[in-house]
Each structure stands twice: as structure tokens, then as C-alpha cells.
Design a protein around this ligand. Structure first.
Ligand code: MOS
Length: 771
């Protein structure tokens, strides 16, 4: 038992990713392998459901079988008698939790009252957790959970968006970070009617679900003094800590949430999910460590990209000048919260046009509240706009790229606000050149090869460039190791790598000397890893704290005997490069050694104790408010369509992205490639189907919910167009997490039209629609 406990304890310690020895000095913009790569492929990186304790119990969730009503009775006897079962938690015996909805609001909640797991007998959606079976093993808990029976007092439910469009209404309030569509400019409807060339199209996008590899899970452990440590699958340890601290009234100092490794989330971990509350409930009640892992099926029971209905009308002069843009969207939300993702806003920003009308409404259905999913809103909204633009280009007999360039804008057309930076024109040029767009014959069905129709399509992408607030702490040790820390996350995006790299570069240290600690709610404040903002936010704080360290080092260098900097008057006369402090020349570059260089190792050894600093980064709102801050992309793609089977292969994609300065070329490219793969998936495969009689998602598994696999992905070419945006962040970076998916489905849709002459206006573009 001693041996087991020792090995368990060793496993409990989280791996701290650091670059491999010999990585050396890496400049911003260069690529390096992921510093957490080795830990991830060797099993050293432990995810939320991989933490263990000798006396751990396992919880398995029981979900509601009806979409709306009340639980009249739960039949628990058979399950309680099953082998290994310790307890079954339900609304009648759960620990005390707060009543007011306010206590359940998190950093990313929409307006309304959040769902409270196991709170009472109300059923608000099919799949809602109604009980947690706790047993000595996962298998016992899972078997016993199948024995729980529930009697419901069913009420009629509505889950069909298209049958409820008449109930559309404005959302009550926008969520933080989202703004309502701007009011109309000009006279869009009369301009549309009067224009010589018009297109008028409806679009429908089904429900989509996040399917990260790692299932949502929470493991609750106790330290000997009773301190609760929860490993949670989340995009913010601080957000999860605050959620359970508030719901159960546990003081935050008695509670730590950790997420050092997260196996993908894509928005599904922005809000604390119900397994977290359930695991804590069981641990509180049984006073034992508890782990709750959702099944893949249950991963479909807490939020999704909403089903969306859209109407786009575009009109132009015969020379291609846009005269009217009208874009209306209605999507679903739950009965208890107003989820918003605006969908239509980008349509007012992408092209110059004097007459624009945007409308955005929601319909409450008996579903769980939808949830941000990679590029929420833009993934569907820009798809509709960009397919309509393609249609307009054919109505005008104009090249689709030429139409976009004809209506190009350097400012926000609505109010004339300038972009902080916008290299979209360069994206179009470089993307088109790389793809060979000028060789395209515009005629649909003009190209056939080996029995397949070949089509080329393109689309524009835009996503917001956000910066939030964060604190980073730095400790520079006498041996030259730099440890940076913040309660940030790495959800598979490369945060560890980019953050270590930025710190190393700022301090002139080899990358393997720098560790970035994240994924722990006791570390300095960081926001959720979301909205493609983590590098712009945490990266700026890293540079800020390193400037402070450098100033401190300079002040030490002034007093150190025999230092060449004893007479230095200002800290900005020096800089750190290749492990040395050097004089800075007038052009900002380092004076080549040995004109006056002090090895950092000597300086730190002389000082002999760690140097600690911290820095709080506030977003540069003053400047950001005066600009539209956004990333852009131009996506070009080639499809091959087998008309007899209706199958589509995406054989080539070029995505040219302008996203500010790129920190790590390798991980940034992976981000965009992942976005493109998901765009292919959205275009051709992904849709969650509801049986409206039951109000339930039916294909809630990876055999029936199709996602793109390796065989669906061929040539993806990512081009980063140089950009440097000091309005979005002091490091010039914007963010690459989401822009990669935007526009991809539209480019594919447009390529299918070019190949077949058939316009598909809904996703996924399955064989039945393409044939
Ligand atoms: Mo992203 S959908 O902001 O995690």
C-alpha cells in the first residue's frame, strides 16, 4: 500500500513543460516544437480524469429522458443495491447549494439564469443531469446508472427552430465581449429594390457539437488539511474555482482548481460544466476524493453551436459596386438564458456599402443554452455572407475575388472607424498567387478530371482581435532559470510554448531556461483562454514583467563591482541578448560584445538570490476603442465532386491569414490548419440531429456525428501575411485561435458551385444535397 501511495503521489505532481535542452534562442516569428509535446505523447501530461487517490470514488451521471417537465419520482433501489454503489445523489439529497442564479454566473455567462445541476425537480432539457451514481469503480457506477428509473410529469416541449421562427425576438442583453449589430445605415431595402443586380438567399445551419478528444471531467482530491484540489477540464481554472466557491459557499482559499493540461475544448470549457458541480457535491457529501467523467454521449448534453436560420440580400450596380447588404439571423437559445453570438455583425464590416441593415434575433427552445464554439457567430454568419457574395459575382459575371476587391474597405463602413491593422488585401494577393487563382475558368462545370468535377472557390474571413487583462509573475533564479506564472490555460493551442518563448526572448535567455507555469487557480489572475485573446493578453503581460526584471538587473549591474554598467544613467541604455547585458546602440540594436557586455550568469551569481517581479496588463482600451480590431483571412480551395455519389473531396486549401505578429510559427500554423480541418468538417460532415418528438439529440456519438478525419484532409497551405498591431497588443500579436475556421465552409460551398453549378445553402453539404 505504501508503494502504491508513493507512486500515486509521484503521479499527482504535474509535469512542468520546458523546452528540450539545446533549443536555444528563439526569436518571435520562428517555429519550435511544442514544449509540452514530449509530456503529451509519453503520457507524462495528466488530464482531468487521470489524477488518482487511493480511496477515490467514481461518479457516473444519469441524464433526463424527457425535454421538459418535472421529475415525479426517481427509482433508485435497484441501482443502490448494485455492487460497489456507495451513494446516489439527486435533488432530494444533494448538499446545500446557493439558490440565487447570481451565484452561478461565470466569466462567460450570457444574460439570464444559469442552469443549476441537481437543484430541483425541474427538467429544462433532454439530457439534463438528474442523478449521480457514486461507486467504488467507474464500471460499477456506470452499470448502476443504467438501473436508475425516473417517472416524469411531462410538459409539451419545443425544440424545432424552423417551426418557431415566428417567436423570434431580440436578445435581452449582449454578453460581455459581444456588441449588438449596429443600427441601419442608408436605406437598405429601397436600395436593394432599385439596384440592377440582386441576390436573395436563405441559409440553414444545423446544430453542431464540440468534440474535443478529452471528455469533460473533474477530479476532486483533498489535501491532508482538508484543502480541496479539483482537476477540471476547463478553459480557466479561476473561472471554475469561482463557480464552485460561489455555488457551495466554499471560501476560495480552501479550494484550488487546476487544469495544467487540457485535451481540446474549443469553447466547451469556457463555462464550468455540470460534471464539476456534481463531482464537488459527491466529494462534499462523502468526504472522499471523487472523479466524474462524462461519456461521449453526455458530451452532447451541455451546449452546442446553435442551429441558425439566415436571410441575406445583396444588391450591386453592374460594375460590382455594392448598393445594399441586408443580413438577418435567427438562432436558438434556451428558455433560461439568452445566448448571443451576433452572427451578422461581420456583414456590416467586410465591404464598403452605404445601405446596410442587420437584424439579429433569438428563439427560446427547450434545449440547453448554446455555447461558444470556435469563431462563434462568424463561422455561420460569414459563411452566409460569403456564399451570397459568390452568387452575386456570378450574377454580375465578375470574378469573385475582383468583386471583393472592388468593395474593399480600409475603415469600418458603418462609422468610418479605422482598422488597427488590416492586411486583407495582401491576404487576397498572396493567397491567390499561391493557389493559382488566375488560371480559373469561371464557368461552372468547366473542369473535369478522371470522372470528377473540379471546382475552385474562395471566401473572406474575419474574426475579432481581443485583449483582456492578466497578471504575470516572474522569478529569475540565481542559476539563470526564469519561472513565469499566471493562471492561464493551454487547451492544446501552444500557450506553454509561445509564453516560454516570449519570456526567453525578452530576457535574452535560451528557451530551455524558461518555464511558464499555468493551469492553477492560485497563480496570478488570467482570463479564460478564449476569443483568440490569450497571446495578446498574457504575452503582453510577459513582456511587461520582463521589462521590470530587466530594470532590476540594470540597477544591480550599476552597483556590482567591475561591471561595465556602473556609470549607466538610464535603464534603457542596456538590453539583454544571448545571456548577456549589453549596451544598446542608438538604432535599438545591441552593441556587439565585447564592447561592453556582462554575462547574466555573473550578475545573478553575484546577487545570489532570486529576483521577483509581477506585472498587471490592462487592455489598451483608449487606443482599441478608436479602432476596429480584427484578424482577416482569404481562403481558396479546390474540391472534386463525384456527381454520381454526391461525394466531395477537398483536395487543396490555401489560407492566407493576417493576425498580427506571429509568435511561434509552428504552433500558429497548427492552429490555422486545425481551423481549416474544422471548416472542412463543418462544410461536409457535422450536424447534430434532433428527434423533435422527443426533443433529443439522436446522433450523440462519434460514429453518427461525423467529423473530418485524416482521409478527409489533403493539402492545406497556410500563409501568414506580415502584420504588426501595437493597438491590439504591445507585442504586435492579434491571435490565431479562431480565424482559421472562418470562411472555409464558404470557400468549399463556392467551389462546389463552381464544380457542379449547384448552390448548396445549408451545412453540412452531404451527398443528398450535392447530387
Ligand atoms: Mo473560444 S469559442 O472563444 O474557446
Amino acid at each position: 500500500m505504501k508503494v502504491l501511495e508513493a507512486s500515486i503521489e509521484a503521479r499527482q505532481r504535474d509535469v512542468q513543460p520546458v523546452a528540450e535542452p539545446g533549443t536555444g534562442h528563439v526569436k518571435t516569428g520562428q517555429g519550435t516544437p511544442r514544449v509540452d509535446g514530449r509530456a503529451k505523447v509519453t503520457g507524462g501530461a495528466r488530464y482531468a480524469a487521470e489524477h488518482v487517490a487511493p480511496d477515490m470514488l467514481f461518479g457516473v451521471v444519469v441524464c433526463s429522458g424527457v425535454a421538459r417537465g418535472r421529475i415525479r419520482q426517481l427509482h433508485l433501489g435497484e441501482a443502490l443495491a448494485a455492487p460497489g454503489v456507495v451513494e446516489i445523489l439527486w435533488h432530494g439529497n444533494r448538499p446545500r447549494m446557493r439558490k440565487l442564479g447570481l451565484f452561478y454566473k461565470d466569466m462567460t455567462s450570457p444574460s439570464g439564469t444559469p442552469f443549476k445541476p441537481l437543484y430541483d425537480d425541474r427538467v429544462l432539457y433532454s439530457g439534463q443531469p438528474i442523478a449521480l451514481v457514486v461507486a467504488r469503480t467507474f464500471e460499477e457506477a456506470r452499470y448502476a446508472s443504467s438501473l436508475v428509473r425516473a417517472d416524469y410529469e411531462e410538459e409539451p416541449h419545443e425544440t424545432n427552430l424552423l417551426e418557431n421562427l415566428h417567436r423570434a425576438r431580440e436578445p435581452r442583453r449582449m454578453k460581455a465581449g459581444f456588441s449588438a449589430p449596429p443600427g441601419p445605415t442608408g436605406q437598405a431595402d429601397s436600395a436593394f429594390a432599385a439596384a440592377p443586380v440582386q441576390v436573395d438567399m436563405h441559409f440553414h445551419h444545423g446544430v453542431e457539437h464540440h468534440n474535443p478528444l478529452e471528455m469533460h471531467a473533474s477530479t476532486v482530491l483533498f489535501e491532508p488539511d482538508g484543502h480541496m484540489v479539483v482537476y477540471d477540464k476547463t478553459q480557466s481554472s479561476i473561472n471554475s474555482r469561482s463557480a464552485i466557491s460561489r455555488a457551495f459557499g466554499i471560501p476560495a482559499r480552501k479550494l484550488t482548481v487546476k487544469n495544467p493540461f487540457v485535451g481540446g475544448a474549443f469553447g466547451s470549457g469556457l463555462r464550468p460544466q455540470y460534471q464539476l458541480y456534481l463531482a464537488v457535491m459527491a466529494a462534499l457529501r462523502l468526504e472522499q476524493p471523487v472523479r466524474v467523467v462524462l461519456t461521449r454521449q453526455q458530451m452532447f448534453s451541455f451546449g452546442h453551436r446553435p442551429e441558425t436560420w439566415q436571410h441575406v440580400q445583396l444588391a450591386a450596380e453592374r460594375d460590382g459596386t455594392l448598393k445594399a447588404i441586408i443580413h438577418e439571423c435567427i438562432h436558438e437559445t434556451s428558455r433560461f438564458e439568452d445566448y448571443v453570438e451576433v452572427v451578422v455583425n461581420w456583414s456590416g464590416q467586410l465591404y464598403k456599402c452605404d445601405n446596410v441593415r442587420l437584424r439579429y434575433e433569438v428563439v427560446s427552445l427547450d434545449q440547453y443554452t448554446p455555447l461558444d464554439m470556435r469563431a462563434p457567430g462568424a463561422a455561420h454568419g460569414v459563411h452566409a455572407l460569403e456564399v451570397a457574395m459568390d452568387e452575386l459575382s456570378y450574377a454580375l459575371k465578375m470574378d469573385p475575388l475582383a468583386l471583393r476587391l472592388k468593395n474593399y474597405t480600409d475603415v469600418d463602413p458603418a462609422g468610418g472607424t479605422p482598422y488597427s491593422t488590416k492586411e486583407l488585401r495582401a491576404c487576397y494577393e498572396q493567397g491567390a498567387r499561391r493557389f493559382g487563382w488566375e488560371r480559373r475558368n469561371p464557368q461552372p462545370r468547366s473542369l473535369q478530371e478522371g470522372g470528377e468535377l473540379v471546382g475552385w472557390g474562395m471566401a473572406t474571413g474575419q474574426w475579432d482581435a481581443l485583449q483582456m487583462l492578466a497578471r504575470v509573475r516572474a522569478v529569475l533564479h540565481p542559476d539563470g532559470r526564469l519561472v513565469l506564472s499566471s493562471a492561464a490555460s493551454d487547451i492544446g493551442t501552444g500557450s506553454y510554448t509561445a509564453f516560454s518563448q516570449l519570456g526567453a526572448e525578452a530576457m535574452g535567455l535560451p528557451m530551455e531556461n524558461v518555464a511558464f507555469q499555468l493551469g492553477d487557480s492560485t497563480l496570478p489572475f488570467a482570463p479564460v483562454e478564449g476569443g483568440s485573446s490569450h497571446v495578446a493578453t498574457i504575452g503582453s503581460a510577459i513582456v511587461g514583467v520582463c521589462e521590470r526584471l530587466q530594470r532590476k538587473l540594470w540597477s544591480i549591474a550599476r552597483v556590482m563591482p567591475d561591471s561595465p554598467f556602473r556609470d549607466s544613467a538610464r535603464s534603457d541604455e542596456v538590453l539583454l541578448l544571448h545571456g548577456e547585458m549589453r549596451w544598446k546602440r542608438a538604432d535599438g540594436q545591441a552593441e556587439p560584445a565585447p564592447a561592453g557586455a556582462l554575462p547574466l550568469a555573473d550578475l545573478l551569481a553575484w546577487w545570489g538570490r532570486p529576483i521577483e517581479e509581477s506585472y498587471f496588463q490592462l487592455p489598451n482600451k483608449l487606443q482599441q476603442r478608436k479602432h476596429v480590431c480584427a484578424t482577416h483571412s482569404a481562403v481558396f480551395c479546390e474540391v472534386r465532386v463525384d456527381e454520381e455519389f454526391g461525394t466531395v473531396r477537398v483536395t487543396r486549401v490555401v489560407s492566407a491569414v493576417a493576425a498580427g505578429r506571429i509568435v511561434n510559427e509552428t504552433t500558429a500554423r497548427s492552429q490555422v490548419m486545425g481551423g481549416v480541418v474544422w471548416g472542412i468538417s463543418q462544410a461536409l460532415h457535422e450536424e447534430t440531429h434532433t428527434d423533435h418528438r422527443l426533443g433529443r439529440f439522436m446522433n450523440h456519438n462519434l460514429s453518427e456525428y461525423h467529423v473530418a478525419i485524416n482521409a478527409d484532409v489533403q493539402d492545406i497551405d497556410v500563409v501568414f501575411v506580415p502584420e504588426d498591431d501595437r493597438v491590439v497588443s504591445r507585442i504586435g500579436a492579434k491571435g490565431v485561435g479562431e480565424i482559421g475556421i472562418v470562411g472555409v465552409a464558404a470557400a468549399i460551398s463556392n467551389a462546389i458551385y463552381h464544380a457542379t453549378g449547384r448552390r448548396v445553402r445549408s451545412t453540412p453539404m452531404t451527398p443528398d444535397k450535392v447530387m
